[in-house]
Write a protein that binds this ligand. Structure first.
Ligand SMILES: O=C(O)C(=O)C[C@@H](O)[C@H](O)CO
Ligand SMILES: [Mg+2]
Length: 382
């Protein structure tokens, strides 16, 4: 079999789908994208296609090494997201060619269902109680919300109280009948992370995500010494070679690589295995589309330490399209009591509605996150 063509589709809300065609009529789909830099990843995929057209798509490991090592410069959000989406599509092709889901190619399932969680609140977390009540009605029991709005390197007691009171209200309203992670979203600098973690301890969040920015990873072990709250990170780390420093230094209890940013299935299976060796849980980041989610689930079902799967249904970013709008086999993504079933179809397990993708790609938005500013006018972490 030979790769014949790569086609990219940027679509609402902020996703990009890649279709890889072969000379045997089997096509694979991937989701190479960095939110807010879709056109840059599009260019990277087009540059990498030179290594791929004419090659055997089933030699996934070799093609991955060529894409990663062949260009001398390597790593980073853009290149690793381009490789990720291509890698997803190659696994989709291989599974379809052999008539099995990708998890069968990876040794078969270690679980019967995969626990998921939903976002509540938005960029400025409000109405979280109402959001939780609505989602509980469809059996979802685990949630995530942003911990704060903009926060200064040193900020006020009232800013801390606003963040902590929001969490206190959740526990008051629901007791221990639900669980929730708090995403600091990189908005919190190390000095304030200590303050917030100490104040939040009493409300027992399931985890605190990105307690500081990934470029401040040396703080993870120090913060972990300071709190019993499990710390999570990973959406802004892009390969084993970044995660290894986190495993060696310690401090992170849950790693959250993104299957569309960290080199795809081939790389994230390895990251999950490294994490298991350090007794670290695996919870893939996935605020994106259905192909990214399907890739996550394929890795979740073969990873002993997979604990939670993010998905974007109802997420505050999904304006203009919802998670399953471009999917034909929506019934396979049915959530029951807060769990996903294993995807039964060959390959990634998602049947893309190509007509709808092509139509939506005619006039795609150029989604970018807002640039926030502090009261003094300086740039704030979004
Ligand atoms: O889902 C998460 O955990 C996030 O932090 C959302 C963020 O990753 C946005 O997708 C960036 O555009
Ligand atoms: Mg996050």
């Amino acid at each position: 079999m030979k790769i014949t063509k790569l086609t990219l589709y940027r679509v609402p809300p902020r996703w990009m789908f890649l279709k890889i065609e072969t000379d045997e009529g089997i096509t694979g789909w991937g989701e190479p994208v960095i939110e807010g830099r879709a056109r840059t990843v599009e260019a990277a995929v087009n540059e990498l296609s030179g290594y791929l057209v004419g090659q055997d798509p089933t030699r996934i490991n070799d093609l991955w090494q060529v894409m990663y090592r062949g260009g001398f410069y390597r790593g980073g959000a853009i290149l690793m997201s381009a490789i990720a989406g291509i890698d997803q599509a190659l696994w989709d092709i291989k599974g379809k060619a052999l008539g099995v889901p990708v998890y069968e190619l990876l040794g078969g399932r270690v679980r019967d269902r995969m626990k998921m969680y939903s976002w509540v609140g938005g960029d400025r977390p409000a109405d979280v109680i109402e959001g939780i009540n609505t989602l509980r009605e469809i059996g979802i029991q685990t949630f995530k919300l942003n911990g704060t709005e903009e926060l200064g390197i040193i900020d006020t007691a009232s800013a801390v109280d606003a963040a902590v009171d929001r969490i206190a209200r959740i526990r008051e309203a629901f007791g221990n009948t639900i669980e929730f992670g708090i995403d600091f979203h990189g908005r919190v600098a190390a000095p304030m992370a200590k303050v917030l973690l100490r104040e939040l301890e009493a409300h027992r969040p399931l985890f605190v995500e990105e307690p500081v920015l990934a470029e401040q990873a040396e703080y993870y072990p120090r913060l972990a010494e300071y709190t019993s709250i499990p710390l999570a990170a990973g959406e802004r780390m892009y390969s084993r070679f970044e995660f290894k420093h986190v495993f060696q230094r310690g401090g992170i209890s849950i790693v959250q690589p993104d299957l569309s940013h960290a080199g795809g299935i081939t790389e994230c299976v390895k990251i999950a295995a490294m994490a298991e060796a350090y007794d670290v849980a695996f919870a893939p980041h996935c605020p994106l589309g259905p192909v990214a989610l399907a890739a996550c689930l394929q890795v979740d079902f073969v990873s002993h330490n997979a604990v939670l799967q993010e998905q974007s249904m109802g997420i505050h970013y999904n304006k203009g399209a919802e998670l399953l709008d471009y999917v034909i086999n929506r019934e396979d993504f049915q959530i029951t009591d807060g769990y996903f079933p294993p995807l039964p179809k060959p390959g990634l397990g998602v049947i893309v509605d190509e007509e709808r993708v092509i139509a939506a790609s005619q006039n795609p938005p150029d989604w970018r996150n807002p640039v926030w500013r502090h009261p003094d006018g300086s740039v704030a972490e979004w």
